[in-house]
Design a protein around this ligand. Sequence first.
Ligand code: AMP
Ligand code: FE
Ligand code: FE
Ligand code: ZN
Length: 278
Amino acid sequence: MVDLHTHTFESDGTDSPSALIEKAAAAGLSTIAITDHDTLRAHAQATIRASELGIGLVTGVEISTRARNRSVHLLAYWFKEPPPQAFLLWLDEMLEYRRERNRRLAERLRSLGLNIELSEAEALGRTITGRVHFAKLLIAKGYATSISQAFDKYIGEDAPGFVLMEDPQTPVAVRKVRECGGIPILAHPIRLGMRDQAVEETFIREQTEAGLLGLEVMHSDHDQSARARYLTLAARYNLSPSGGSDYHGDIKPNIHLGRGNGGNVQVPQDWLDKLMSL
Ligand code: AMP
Ligand code: FE
Ligand code: FE
Ligand code: ZN
């Protein structure tokens, strides 16, 4: 079994890269991909522990993009060569958009009467500071009692404190990953929130035309019927099926490395082999 979607504390997970590898070994996984938001920083640290423990480690990253006024997460993988300098520079641009969003987010929260400084949120993050770090700060200051409440009350997409990030359009990001030799895969399509299945299918077809190569069929948010639907769509558009738990450590305790939520993620080695042959 493998897990192709995990986060460390370099983005908004809670495990160190080494601890994540140790947990993968304990869970009996043969290979994991680390797919932090906007940063590849964890890989250098994880590589040593992975080779010591005989765990395969895939280079990956999760990029926030936008399409039709929705947030769309794109996973990008490099199975053979590491990503080129041009891609690293592009990720640095994303980090700059993120910093600018965070500045505006702190301002917005202050305008709502909350005593929140950007530096306080940044002190909780490492390579990136994300909304999860703002959620932790809101809890520490008594404005919320849980991460999910912090999102619902203040910083979630429909909450009063939400500010948009200047994300690239999804097809632009797909093409960029391809130009840089990576394999772009649409993450957790269920979170597109497109209730009309014809609209969802059109969206997926359009990304395929831009160069998308895979669809995350297994994910902690996908129940049996979602998995079946995405497997069918993957076959229809010649996309490779992929999957992972989206493990974030302690902040999302229901999501287990390699197994997802209640065992709904079980990604076979076959799927990885097929992706590696692209
Ligand atoms: P950001 O990229 O900083 O905008 O933060 C997005 C991240 O916040 C996602 O990848 C999730 O890890 C987390 N997140 C988004 N919405 C929620 C929510 N409602 N509850 C908990 N975590 C969330
Ligand atoms: Fe996250
Ligand atoms: Fe995501
Ligand atoms: Zn993720």
